[in-house]
Design a protein around this ligand. Structure first.
Ligand SMILES: Cc1cc2nc3c(=O)[nH]c(=O)nc-3n(C[C@H](O)[C@H](O)[C@H](O)COP(=O)(O)OP(=O)(O)OC[C@H]3O[C@@H](n4cnc5c(N)ncnc54)[C@H](O)[C@@H]3O)c2cc1C
Length: 585
């Protein structure tokens, strides 16, 4: 098997991976592996903005940003991490600007900023103008800027390489095994430092904003290597996905003044968040929409009306905002609403429903990006993570909009610096033959699979049932049903058939592997959700409707035992400035 040696191997070429690569490449030989072309990474889909208390248009400061992030997290976020995010964010923005990112501007030429959910001035008084943006293509411009800088810096990209195995032995990470998607076959990437920047997992749900590639591979690779996942029960639903397909209508739309209306034309958010209205945090807003729908106040399609069926969406209305302004600051949502909902946003409302969007949980890391293997915060030598796949934990139980592009870029930068610091002290370790054999055996299994089960059927069943049983509102009965379904699907997953035996671009094998990942980490989401008997942030239990700080102000750590069983452990939340309070908006 071909063996590559790179001092640093980064899995993922989104904002986190490319930003880290730029730092690490200052001192080391860096390779970035990506299963899709780098600039196709999901970061490029980010629309609305990137948070930083620049105060270009109001009296913003980092303490307000930190407070909002902590309160938004329902006090589960680690406050040392939130403080770093809020303090370093302005520098990260200016650095992106100096690298060439074309941000939208104020008339006097400063970086323009807009409102976003849960971001306030003076500790909750009124909405802050904090999201820096480039129209509604913010992720696209950030990702292209970083990719170009990486090329300039000599970072080596392995495009269309899917990492299939993480090599950890004696608590030391030694590299990865990757599948060359274009030509077939496995290759070993030996490294002194390995970093996960492999993104989120929205594809475990039927209605999602996430790209097809977002299948949480990194999470499962770590789990299979005996490493823990943190706070996986917290899954963010974005309030405004286009009805029936989940494609995102950015929160920037509400930042620019959009209303949420029920079937009576009522701005119902006044009953849920009287101060912030449509700019309340996502967990609260998504629940408000779902409650309107559940209680019969959802909007109806003409067919639903004719048949007397209750409506299952609400309206996002921008028709009171001037068309010239909309075309200038939200051009993409014009196209999305027209193409996917047949709507002209300047004239009529867009039907929307909550859509699976972001994973608050993930690979446990400390504030320097080192992978943590237990509740005592013991780092794994040579292993790091940042971005959506990681759990620092900045976002706790609920992430605020525009904090993720900032988290990925800022913690990507921090992690890259940690790697640059550590690499001179790390050594080349042997790659155990058993790891290589295990990866080969796995791949062979997929090529030889000739059972009767169909990958797409199993995936659809998982996605549909995760929506219903482990979505916005949860309860013990549904979650236990879902655990049973996942077990059944895991069993059926052992009997799949793969017809395509070709080496080149075998998307059938790829999807089969991704299904394995989806099924494995979804079990962790559901078990964490069953155990957490409280409601906090995005985890809303109808059978335990209140937050329970006495029992549950702690992070979940989940391990997969060698026999496949999931074992849970817990670790304390870091609280520095802000004691947990009741959350009102
Ligand atoms: C539609 C949409 C809009 C958003 N808008 C905003 C916004 O306006 N503001 C905001 O702050 N946040 C936004 N977010 C969230 C934010 O964009 C993401 O959380 C963030 O960009 C993730 O960056 P990342 O670098 O961690 O991962 P990603 O950009 O998702 O990159 C993941 C990388 O990992 C690679 N990868 C994965 N698995 C493997 C494997 N097995 N082998 C090799 N490579 C692998 C992929 O190829 C990819 O390069 C949005 C998200 C979505 C879906």
């Amino acid at each position: 098997m071909m063996v590559h040696n790179h001092e640093v191997v980064i899995i993922g070429a989104g904002l986190a991976g490319t930003r880290a690569a730029l730092e690490a490449a200052k001192v080391a030989d860096v390779a970035v592996l990506s299963k899709i072309f780098p600039s196709r990474s999901h970061s490029g889909a980010a629309q609305g903005g990137m948070a930083a208390a620049l105060g270009n248009l109001d009296d913003d400061n980092w303490e307000y940003h930190m407070f909002d992030t902590v309160k938004g997290s329902d006090y589960l976020g680690d406050q040392d991490a939130a403080e770093i995010l809020a303090k370093e964010a302005p520098e990260v923005i200016y650095e992106m600007e100096h690298m060439g990112a074309p941000f939208s501007r104020t008339p006097e030429g400063k970086i323009a900023q807009r409102k976003f959910g849960g971001h306030t001035l003076n500790f909750g008084e009124k909405p802050a103008l904090r999201a820096c943006y480039s129209a509604d293509y913010t992720g696209h411009i950030l990702l292209h800027t970083l990719f170009e800088q990486c090329i300039k810096q000599g970072v080596r990209f392995y495009s269309e390489y899917q990492v299939v195995h993480l090599i950890v032995k004696d608590d030391i990470c030694r590299g990865v095994v990757a599948w060359d998607i274009r030509n077939g076959g496995l290759q070993v990437f030996r490294a002194k430092a390995v970093m996960f920047a492999s993104g989120g997992y929205g594809r475990a749900y039927r209605i999602t904003t996430n790209a097809h590639a977002n299948t949480g591979d990194g999470l499962d690779l770590a789990l299979r290597a005996g490493l823990p996942l943190e706070d996986m029960e917290f899954v963010q639903f974005h309030p405004t996905g286009i009805y029936r397909n989940g494609i995102l209508m950015t929160e920037g739309a509400r930042g620019e003044g959009a209303y949420l209306l029920n079937k009576d034309g009522e701005r119902f958010m006044k009953r849920y968040a009287p101060t912030l209205m449509e700019l309340a945090p996502r967990d609260l807003t998504a629940r408000a929409i779902q409650t309107e729908i559940n209680e019969g106040r959802g909007c109806q399609t003409p067919e639903q009306k004719a048949q007397g069926i209750p409506g299952d969406f609400v309206d996002l209305d921008l028709s009171h905002v001037s068309e010239a302004k909309l075309r200038a600051v939200l051009p993409q949502i014009f196209d999305l609403a027209r193409n996917f909902a047949g709507v002209n946003v300047a004239k009529e409302p867009t039907p929307i429903q909550p859509t699976a969007h972001y994973s608050m949980g993930g690979l446990p890391v400390n504030v320097d990006g080192q992978f943590i293997r237990d509740a005592k915060n013991t780092p794994v030598r040579g292993l790091y993570a940042a971005g959506e796949c990681a759990c620092v934990s900045v976002h706790g139980a609920n992430r605020l909009g525009c904090n993720s592009t900032q988290d990925a870029t800022l913690n990507g930068r921090r992690t890259g610096r940690t790697i640059a610091r550590d690499v001179p002290h790390l050594s080349w370790e042997d790659v155990p033959a058993e790891d290589v054999k295990a990866a080969e055996k796995d791949l062979d299994w997929y090529y030889q699979a000739n059972g009767s089960e169909n990958v797409a059927d199993l995936r659809t069943r998982l996605q549909d049932t995760m929506m219903v049983n482990c979505g916005i509102y949860r309860n013990e009965k549904d979650l236990k049903t879902q655990l049973g379904i996942i077990k059944e699907l895991q069993g059926r997953g052992k009997k799949i058939g793969v017809k395509d035996k070709s080496k080149c671009f075998n998307s059938e094998v790829m999807e089969a592997m991704e299904l394995g990942h989806l099924l494995n980490f979804s079990e962790v989401i559901v078990i964490g959700a069953i155990e957490r008997q409280e409601s906090r942030g995005a985890h809303a239990r109808t059978d335990f409707p209140t937050r329970d700080d006495a029992k549950w102000l702690k992070h979940t750590l989940a391990y997969q035992e060698p026999d496949g069983r999931i074992r849970l452990d817990y670790k304390p939340v870091t609280i520095t400035r802000f004691q947990p309070k009741e959350r009102k908006y």
